[in-house]
Design a protein around this ligand. Structure first.
Ligand SMILES: Cc1cc2nc3c(=O)[nH]c(=O)nc-3n(C[C@H](O)[C@H](O)[C@H](O)COP(=O)(O)OP(=O)(O)OC[C@H]3O[C@@H](n4cnc5c(N)ncnc54)[C@H](O)[C@@H]3O)c2cc1C
Length: 969
């Protein structure tokens, strides 16, 4: 029996949920670091007792244990070769909140922002706020002694924890905390306390001089907390020990009042080092945050997210974002104005508008993920990402650091917690090159020497993990290292807790994920143009920041609906990326066709949410298509690839005799059989075919085009053509009203979306190439091409370029627009008056990801409508939601935002309420799950266009749906 099987059997005997599935171990093989250490198995305890049993079982078997929360550690702190214990899956509740004592008792897997939300009603917050606060857990924060931009005000996690419930290396449980007089206490581990006391007393001088020298001295154990003058405080010492001494199952944390007012002053400098020089001046105004930002990061944000993502900044090459806070608005503003007018830097600006301030904080928060590409254009890596020096020496250190980069031929975009002397940076070590790991080692050793020269700490925030534990020997004397080893011996004599971290460190240049071997890949279907045509580089875009595990709805995001529904790491963008990294490296048993790989990708909705919402720009939908292509090339495919993948063909055939086709589908036995054969879930309704497809009824005569009208091409998608011609007619009317002469291209062809999502990429390429050829003459002449179905428009804008990689595809992409994009910039046209109209909108996920929905929002608002935008995906995402086996997930996704939003709209008192969804699949989902009709933007706007021709469906059955075997609804 293998080690993994023995472990799994033992844990199951204790009732602990555990898996050794290769996809799951791949998904947990890395965190947000460079390292890849596949575990034997992953366990998901549901209680303190189960966690203790799991660790006890590992102790008995001699298997290492690594605790894991959100897995957002950047230094390889949360990866290990034995059992990974995931606390985030079930142990994620806030157990108690006491507003009087301002404390909360939480399970280790509670996400920071979830705790925040649950105490906000009391005007309280948990102080430390890492950039990853939307997905990092309190247990993980305890592991790393995490903090964030506001550590100037709230300190580190160790300053905010007053009690721990712990599991020791042998599975024993103990607690630490404070008595009523505030004296540190330990319960259940007197032997440990006594031995620690002896150790510390012997080496008091070392404890007092080498540990805890400044606020961001994070590297190494916090042994200074064990000094007698600090009350031998085991709670605070254990915080930051990176799960090498004990595992936390519950914590009592302190809460602080959230200041009533905040003001943000942005101070510009001519260089990052000058910003560093200014820190002592800035600290005089007692800011709650002081963050440094480099112009290169701001440029990346503008490039990736558009100019609108970055509010106007005072002219400069680097900025300090200085936040002042307090309960007295006048006092806060006075301090802010003083700073603005102090003459610091090149110029300064007080940002008074909270939305503008939020947008700037978002730029800063996304900085780490966006810095995944260096200024050189090469992938940029963690490894030396959070060193800190005493703040007074920051400017000097930054100059030294810039020289070091030059010396090593590296480029970077530094940013970080300047007020605390902590610099974040990602570097373009070419890890995939033969000498990449050597270069990494040479650089970090030199950088550590530089930090030590300035009295700093290799880590000022993220901890040592595998990236920096080896470098502790540069920061500490041999005696201090010996003391740390002795402390580890007291807690974990067999070295089973997170081995390789802090004591007896793993080598910093082994187990590097990006340096993993590359399997020889077959010819690829997609171009991967942003990744030099290299799929390995593309899937390695995922650095593990874990934003896919966050609830991204508050920022209007879509990513990652399947993770949100299942809470399984393998169904997160990151989990899938990790699995694909294994496939392209060939370093595990996983291959293109492994069932584990397909299971993990099966629940990917292909919504493309990650392509826009993940700061690294990873695009799992595209990779899923590639995997399906590589797996089923010239092989028998799943039935849905033939039924739904070829849907446009079947629809075209059926449209030749729509009445017969509709009648067949309405017959219970025949309809149900057809659906079953097609692999469609029988809870889905079928759209009825229009009696006259749009193309036939459009009556478009090129001769009728008036000379003074500007030509536009209306791209006719299958859905508009066969199921909702009225939307096509509405668009025609609207375009004519806006002064255009809309044309339909005679032999236009379809976009091949359903072939792309089912991985039939050779067929998709053939089809798309004909379509592009038919559109090219218009695009070449500068005629805009307008798509009505967002997913088809997105194919023309993006996938066609990736699949065909031709200049023709690029030209067509550049001329393809959504209706709103065109109308918004049409001079002399004003939208119809929609004042008072209450519009609940479900933007199609591809619309959000590829084109962005902002133009639609602006257009509707300019028309006077009250717009209620539903965040997230509707759950249908093209063919995903209708396929058998996906109904439950599809519904669960809809239940997150769409269905509650529809419910909420009913409660509003507007005179006219409508639901708007351009995507045919979104319309289907809304009708199937809520029984509501959703209209297209063209329908809504055209209603207000006064040309007297009816567009509605009076007298026809167009747009109506039927339940199989049922009546028309
Ligand atoms: C883009 C980005 C930005 C970041 N910004 C910040 C920042 O501003 N400030 C900051 O401090 N960090 C930051 N980090 C690092 C990281 O997100 C934080 O340290 C975070 O608190 C880790 O929490 P987690 O739940 O993801 O923990 P994990 O990564 O899962 O684990 C962290 C450590 O804690 C241990 N651990 C996990 N659970 C437990 C437990 N129950 N008991 C004991 N030990 C446990 C793990 O073994 C590991 O050693 C950032 C990371 C990224 C990718």
């Amino acid at each position: 029996m293998s080690d993994a099987s023995r472990l799994v059997r033992s844990l199951r005997e204790h009732g602990v949920e555990v898996t050794e599935n290769a996809a799951w171990t791949a998904a947990y093989s890395s965190d947000a670091s460079l390292y890849r250490v596949p575990p034997l198995a992953v366990a998901f305890p549901r209680s303190h007792e189960q966690a203790a049993a799991a660790v006890g079982a590992c102790s008995g078997l001699g298997v290492p244990v690594t605790a894991r929360g959100g897995g957002t550690s950047v230094a390889g702190n949360a990866v290990g070769p034995g059992l990974v214990v995931d606390f985030s899956r079930y142990l994620n509740r806030v157990l108690e909140v006491d507003g009087g004592s301002r404390t909360a008792v939480v399970q280790a897997g509670v996400v920071q922002s979830s705790l925040q939300q649950q105490v906000a009603g009391l005007g309280l917050r948990f102080g430390p706020d890492p950039s990853t606060h939307t997905r990092c857990t309190i247990g993980g924060m305890i592991g790393n002694d995490a903090c964030g931009a506001r550590s100037l005000a709230y300190g580190r996690t160790s300053d905010n924890v007053v009690g721990l419930r712990l599991v020791g290396a042998d599975g024993r449980t103990f607690t630490t905390g404070y008595d009523a007089a505030g004296r540190p206490q330990v319960d259940g581990a007197d032997d440990l306390s006594a031995r620690l006391r002896l150790l510390v007393e012997k080496d008091l001088a070392i404890v007092r001089t080498q540990f805890g020298r400044f606020r961001r001295h994070v590297s190494g154990y916090g042994l200074h907390h064990l000094a007698p003058e600090r009350g031998r405080d085991l709670t605070r010492m254990l915080v930051g020990s990176e799960a090498t001494l004990a595992l936390t199952t519950e914590a009592t944390v302190t809460l602080v009042p959230d200041p009533a007012h905040r003001a943000l002053v942005v101070v510009a400098f001519d260089s990052l080092a000058s910003a560093g020089d200014a820190i002592p001046e800035v600290l005089r105004v007692a800011p709650s945050a002081c963050e440094g930002l480099d112009a290169r990061i701001v440029d990346v944000v503008r490039r990736r997210k558009g100019d609108a993502a970055v509010p106007p900044l005072p002219e400069g090459k680097a900025w300090l974002l200085v936040e002042l806070s307090g309960d007295d608005l006048v006092e806060v503003l006075l301090r802010a104005r003083d700073l603005e007018k102090s003459g610091l830097g090149v110029s300064a600006r007080l940002i008074e508008e909270p939305t503008e301030a939020d947008a700037l904080w978002r730029v800063r928060e996304d900085g780490a993920g966006l810095a995944g590409r260096a200024p050189s254009g090469r992938p940029a890596h963690a490894g030396w990402e959070d060193a800190a020096v005493p703040p007074a020496r920051l400017g000097e250190y930054l100059r030294g650091f810039e020289s070091l980069l030059l010396e090593h031929g590296l480029t970077a975009m530094p940013f970080g917690h300047f007020g605390e002397g902590c610099i974040h940076v990602r570097l373009d070590f070419a890890l995939e090159d033969e000498h990449g790991p050597d270069r990494l080692r040479r650089f970090v050793e030199a950088a550590s020497d530089l930090v030590v020269e300035f009295g700093g700490s290799n880590s000022g925030e993220h901890g040592d993990g595998r990236a920096r534990s080896e470098l502790l020997a540069k920061m500490y004397s041999p005696e201090a290292l010996r003391l740390m080893r002795s402390v580890k011996q007291v807690f974990d004599p067999a070295n089973l807790l997170n081995p390789g971290v802090l004591v007896d460190p793993a080598s910093l240049d082994v187990d590097l994920r990006a340096a993993a071997p590359r399997a020889a890949l077959p010819p690829l279907a997609m171009a991967y143009s942003d990744d030099d045509g290299d799929l390995a580089q593309a899937v390695h875009r995922c650095t593990g920041v874990g934003k896919c595990r966050a609830d991204n709805r508050s920022s209007g995001g879509v990513m990652c609906p399947s993770y949100a529904a299942t809470k399984d790491e393998v169904h997160s963008t990151r989990g899938r990326a990790r699995i694909l990294q294994e496939v392209v490296s060939g370093s595990s048993e996983l291959t293109w066709s492994s069932p584990e790989v397909h299971d993990a990708l099966d629940l990917c909705l292909s919504c493309k949410g990650c392509a826009s919402d993940c700061p690294t720009g990873i695009d799992i939908a595209t990779y899923k298509s590639e995997v399906l292509f590589q797996t089923y090339r010239r092989r028998l495919r799943p039935v849905t690839h033939y039924s739904l993948g070829w849907l446009p063909r079947w629809v075209r055939l059926a449209s030749r005799a729509p009445t017969v086709a509709n009648a067949v589908m309405a017959r219970p036995a025949l309809g149900a059989m057809a659906l079953r054969l097609a692999g469609v879930d029988d809870r889905r309704t079928m759209p009825t075919l229009a009696r006259t497809p749009f193309r036939r009824s459009a009556r478009l005569d090129p001769d009728s085009i008036e000379d003074d009208r500007r030509p536009v091409v209306l791209f006719v998608d299958t859905f508009t053509d066969s199921f909702r011609p009225r939307t096509g007619h509405a668009a025609l009317r609207l375009l004519r009203d806006a002064g255009y002469a809309p044309q339909v291209v005679r032999r236009q062809g379809c976009c091949g979306l359903t072939l792309i999502t089912t991985g039939q990429l050779d067929a998709a390429r053939r089809r798309l190439s004909r379509t592009i050829d038919s559109l090219l003459p218009f695009a070449d002449d500068g005629v805009p091409i307008i798509g009505l179905e967002p997913s088809c428009t997105a194919v023309l804008r993006h996938d066609a370029v990736e699949l065909l990689a031709t200049s023709a595809a690029r030209t067509v992409a550049s001329m393809t627009h959504t209706l709103a994009e065109l109308l918004e910039r049409t001079q002399g046209w004003t939208p119809p008056d929609l004042t008072g109209l209450d519009v609940t909108v479900q933007p199609h996920c591809h619309h959000h990801a590829v084109m962005g929905w902002d133009a639609d929002q602006r257009l509707l608002e300019a028309a006077g409508a009250q717009v209620h935008r539903v965040p997230g995906c509707c759950g249908m995402a093209g063919n995903f939601g209708v396929e058998r086996g996906h109904y439950e997930i599809s519904r669960a996704v809809a239940e997150q935002s769409l269905l509650p939003a529809l419910q909420a709209s009913v409660g509003r008192t507007a005179t006219t309420r409508i639901v708007l969804a351009d995507g045919f699949s979104c319309q289907t989902q809304i009708e199937d799950l809520a029984g509501a009709e959703a209209r297209h933007l063209a329908d809504v706007l055209a209603d207000g266009v006064p040309d007297g021709r009816p567009i509605g469906r009076a007298g026809s059955q167009e747009g109506r749906r039927m339940r199989i075997g049922g009546e028309l609804e």
